[in-house]
Design a protein around this ligand. Structure first.
Ligand code: PEP
Ligand code: MN
Length: 362
């Protein structure tokens, strides 16, 4: 399958989780499923607020041994109860073939691939093959390291295996010394991924980017302004006693306040028409600029020929200084600052010299 076919596959296989019209799509729930009560009480609160997708890690990949590794399979029973009580969709992280099979047997709706799994093409390949033919949405987190190709490769492996109901989750990137964030957002990477897969739904996970609760709002707002489709935010009925990621989890009621504060800006709105008109004018001016530069360059080449025939040097500093001075003066009339004019004319002049030296040495 070449690149274009991937794009087509994604277009045909729009993610289908039943709530496509929600903007933003909100996925929330605890980092880990810890006990039946913790899972059910958190889910009931979230559901009351209108959250439709409940997340909880059942198998937790931990960087260091000795940390809480999740409830294991029993957590899937609690998630089934959540579905029954609230009608919410459920989402868990899967990292092995067995996880996938167990999650599906227990009616989990959405599977996500964690950052520590996306880094490994062998594991991704095996997961993709195990999932062949499933209709459930699969969300692929970015790899922990800032590697766009590795993230892209994971998406391609799933598509190639026919697992097409895909989305991605941006959860930031681990650097040696992160300062403000636990995982640096490096927004350019998800945006570049978006240019590779324009139709792939993109969720931001501010909880794992921030690693604390203070910056979650700011990161969520930024994600929405960058046209992310949704947010995955960790929430726990009592974050103080959470067994994993305690510092970054917020209560359901804090989540409610956060969502109310978010400004969901319009994608297309009333200013669109005036913008389109003005952009049309800019396009015309840009085309004129290029045409004029081409004509200017033809004159430069004529001069080059005369210099060659008469064996004169290319650079005549006085002439160049006088052009620059005149243009800066003219620029002032049009409210263009000196540095800008200098930058433009230096680059035009450099290209002229280059073209003339090509001619002289023909
Ligand atoms: C999680 O979602 O709790 C988790 C472990 O995330 P990540 O894979 O982004 O570290
Ligand atoms: Mn977590």
């Amino acid at each position: 399958m070449d690149d274009n076919n991937y794009q087509e596959t994604i277009k045909e296989s729009k993610i289908n989780w039943g709530i496509e019209n929600d903007r933003p799509i909100i996925i929330s729930g605890p980092c880990s499923a810890e006990s039946r009560d913790q899972v059910v009480s958190t889910a009931l609160k979230l559901s009351e607020m209108g959250i439709k997708i409940f997340r909880a890690g059942v198998w937790k990949p931990r960087s260091r041994p000795g940390n809480y590794t999740g409830s294991g399979s029993i957590g899937l029973e609690w998630l089934k109860e959540v579905k029954k009580l609230t009608g919410m969709l459920t989402a868990v992280e899967v990292a092995t073939k067995d996880h996938v099979q167990e999650a599906l047997q227990n009616d989990v709706d959405i599977l996500w691939i964690g950052a520590r799994t996306t880094v490994n093409p062998f594991v991704i390949q095996e997961l993709a093959e195990t999932m062949k033919g499933i209709k459930n949405p699969v969300l692929i987190k970015n790899p922990i390291n800032p590697d766009l190709d590795l993230w892209t490769g994971a998406i391609e492996r799933f598509l190639k295996a026919g697992v097409c109901n895909l989305g991605v989750i941006h959860r930031g990137f681990s650097l040696y010394k992160n300062k403000k964030y636990r995982n640096e957002p490096l927004w350019q990477i998800p945006l570049d991924l978006k240019t590779r897969f324009p139709d792939l739904p993109m969720i931001c996970d501010p909880s794992h980017i921030c690693g604390n609760t203070e910056n979650i709002y700011e990161v969520s707002q930024k994600a929405l302004d960058l046209n992310f489709d949704g947010l995955m935010i960790e929430s726990h009925i009592n974050p103080l006693v959470a067994l994993s990621d305690a510092k970054q989890q917020i209560t359901p009621s804090e989540l409610k306040d956060l969502i109310e504060k978010l400004n969901v800006r319009e994608k297309v709105n009333h200013i669109q028409y005036s913008l389109e008109k003005l952009r049309g004018l800019i396009d015309e001016k840009d085309a004129e600029l290029v045409k004029i530069m081409g004509e200017r360059m033809n004159i430069v080449k004529e001069i080059g020929k005369i210099k060659r025939e008469n064996n004169t040097i290319i650079l005549q500093a006085d002439r160049w200084n006088s052009i620059l001075g005149n243009m800066i003066y003219l620029g002032e009339k049009y409210d263009l600052n000196k540095d800008f004019i200098e930058l433009i004319f230096k680059s035009i002049h450099q290209e002229s010299i280059y073209q003339q030296s090509l001619l002289m040495n023909e």
